[in-house]
Design a binder for this molecule. Structure first.
Ligand code: G3I
Ligand code: 9MR
Ligand code: CA
Length: 582
């Protein structure tokens, strides 16, 4: 019976609105997978902000039911329906932050399939964090992976890199074209087998920052890598594999750093031992020198505590950092571009103000020399979410960590910068229909890396202010990559109910094992779809957040890299510590 006090015209208006919303829904449902409830498939710490995303059009309330037993433990009201422009879908948010009772639950909305089961539990991300670090071990160059450490992913040694040639672009009087030098170890960059300084640098720094900011946590982890059991935390053992390679990329004659160690073309879809084409040192560049300087200065600080295991390393890495810095000061504008015979990843950057700031900050923090502080000019350095080409945010991250050692005026400036970025991301979170601080321009090649680097900067804002709002926004980004997104994938191989199976990663594609190597974060949706012409099947949608293909062909949405895994490590470890163990 219609309520007589309820004007018929209003009822009509509401109904037609609902019809409009429903037709929008069915159109969008045709444009991708069936609408489903999206949760963080690895779950939530008891004290965390807990949100799920629910398709609109199915009622106003939700329940959490026990996975085993089906008892309802929580009821809540969904937020109002809003359209998330990046997926084109109408969504509502379910907030169940005040459910703190540990358990395994499913989220239920009448008319929809229950969500994947997920835990509310302490240590929700510790095994993810271990795996995301172990992924670096799986990507080690110049070594066999034995069964004791790699299990079914054991493989033969590839890329000894004992005879790497100086390419014409890198030739000097002391090191002429064709001269062969050793440059072993390091991590493969990604799904390809080359080693690129700029990208290696940001990855290595981010892992060092994870350790430097949360040493107690990492001192307690055990990753089952060959060095496990020594006195050095496994994270630092793993990072040393790459640092020892990076040091070989510096020309001791002038302090300059080669941009990359690479084949002329990408190899086929083969295992490392079968990718045997000649490798080259290519041209030195300003970005490589500064990035190297920043990383070596950071490493010098961090490994000072492990002098007994790595005698002399702290001093050697600092000297290397200072030599690279000096080279960059004398060569401030050497842009790297691929020579015509080199077709592998370019990692080209033309703007070096951010690299100068980052290197100056790390050198200052390690040495305390006023000249580096003067070179830094903090007042003119702005802040942004870091990526391989934009590193100024890393300067602020390190300055925030060590702000107690800075002059007072600088402490205020650090707080202002870090908060301003945190506030922007926080506002994005709270005004986003889906409750995720991702903007249209964030759906680039490696958008999941953008998500994790944004979360890392939010964590910096939280650690500086103790303000929980920033941590909630960081959690939302972790939710996003672990399944609370419109593709329904938890984007980390092997971690979640529905995970990528066909990452663009040569060992995973060539090893004859169905499951991909675990612990790798796929690049994620890329609105540019820059690999579409190489793919035999179309992308499921043209919407940014749905521009993802779990297929080998999709190097622009489904490759993995060391630089996207690194902030995943940082953030998953940080949430373990910051949301505590209760
Ligand atoms: O700078 C332009 C900008 O001016 C323009 O408006 C915008 C619109 O397309 O594009 C910008 O350039 C993009 C560039 O990244 C800088 O962000 C390119 O389109 C885009 O193709 C490029 O993507 C890079 C990709 O290599 C191709 O070069 C990714 O950032 C980078 O992560 C990726 O890295 C590869 C390595 O080369 C090889 N190893 C694997 C690794 C991951 O796929
Ligand atoms: O496999 C390559 C991947 O590692 C790179 O990130 C990507 C972009 O540089 O390129 C991939 O190689 C593709 C090439 O660029 C175009 N033809 C298809 C190749 C992959 O099968
Ligand atoms: Ca730059």
């Amino acid at each position: 019976m219609p309520n007589p006090r309820f004007p018929a015209i209003l009822l009509l208006a509401i109904l037609s609105g609902l019809v409009a919303c429903q037709s929008e829904l069915s159109r969008e449902q045709a444009d991708g997978p069936t609408a489903s409830i999206q949760v963080n498939q690895l779950g939530y710490s008891p004290q965390a902000v807990k949100e799920a995303t629910v398709p609109a059009g199915f009622g106003d309330t939700f329940e959490l039911v026990e996975h085993n037993g089906g008892r309802t433990v929580y009821r809540g009201t969904l937020s109002a329906a809003e359209r998330w422009p990046h997926s084109g879908e109408w969504v509502r948010r379910a907030d169940f932050s005040d459910l703190t009772q540990p358990g395994h639950y499913r989220l239920r909305v009448p008319g929809l399939a229950d969500s994947h089961p997920f835990p509310v539990a302490a240590r929700a991300y510790s095994s993810l964090n271990d795996a995301a670090i172990k992924a670096y071990y799986f990507n080690r160059a110049s070594t066999a992976l034995d069964e004791a450490h790699a299990g079914v992913y054991a493989r033969a040694l590839g890329h000894p890199d004992e005879q790497v040639e100086i390419h014409r672009s890198a030739a000097s009087a002391e090191r002429p074209e064709g001269m062969a030098l050793a440059s072993p170890r390091g991590w493969y960059d990604a799904g390809d087998y080359n080693k690129y300084i700029v990208n290696s640098g940001i990855s290595t720094y981010t892992l060092l920052a994870a350790y430097e900011h949360f040493p107690d946590y990492y001192q307690g982890r055990e990753l089952n890598i060959p060095e496990s059991g020594d006195v050095v935390p496994d994270l630092l053992n793993e990072v040393m594999w790459n640092l020892s390679w990076m040091l070989t990329m510096q020309d001791p004659n002038d302090g300059g750093v080669y941009h990359k160690l690479t084949t002329k073309r990408f190899s086929g879809k083969v295992m490392p031992e079968n990718a045997t084409a000649q490798r080259y040192f290519v041209q030195k560049g300003t970005a490589a020198a500064l990035n190297f300087a920043a990383v070596m200065a950071t490493a010098s600080r961090v490994y000072a505590d492990y002098e007994a295991t790595f005698p002399g390393f702290s001093e050697i890495s600092l000297a290397a950092a200072e030599a690279a810095w000096e080279w960059a000061r004398s060569n401030p504008q050497v842009v790297y571009r691929n020579p015509e015979d080199i077709r592998t990843g370019e990692y080209g950057d033309e703007e070096f103000g951010d690299e100068f700031a980052w290197a100056a900050a790390e050198l200052y923090l390690t040495t305390g020399k006023p000249a580096y502080w003067e070179a830094l000019e903090p007042k003119v350095v702005t802040i942004s979410v870091p990526n391989w080409a934009d590193t100024q945010g890393l300067a602020w991250l390190s300055l925030a960590q060590h702000r107690g050692a800075l002059p007072e005026a600088a402490q205020t400036l650090v707080a202002e910068r870090v908060r301003s970025l945190g506030d922007a991301l926080y506002n994005e979170w709270r005004t986003s229909a889906a409750g995720v601080p991702m903007r249209a321009e964030d759906f680039v090649w490696g958008s999941n890396g953008v998500a994790m680097n944004s979360a890392m900067m939010l964590i910096a804002a939280h650690r500086l202010t103790d303000d929980e709002r920033y941590l909630g926004a960081a959690q939302s980004l972790v939710d996003y990559v672990l399944g609370r997104n419109p593709t329904g994938y938890s984007y980390v191989t092997g971690y979640g109910a529905h995970t990528p199976q066909n990452i663009h990663h040569r060992p995973s594609a060539a090893d004859g094992i169905d499951a991909p190597v675990p612990g790798f974060l796929a690049g994620g949706p890329h609105s540019g779809q820059q690999d579409a012409s190489d793919c035999p099947i179309p992308y499921p949608s043209d919407k940014p957040a749905k521009s993802y293909l779990d297929h080998w062909c999709s190097y622009a949405s489904n490759e993995i890299t060391i630089n996207w895994n690194a902030p995943l490590v940082y953030v998953s470890g940080a949430l373990e510590v910051l949301y505590g163990e209760d």
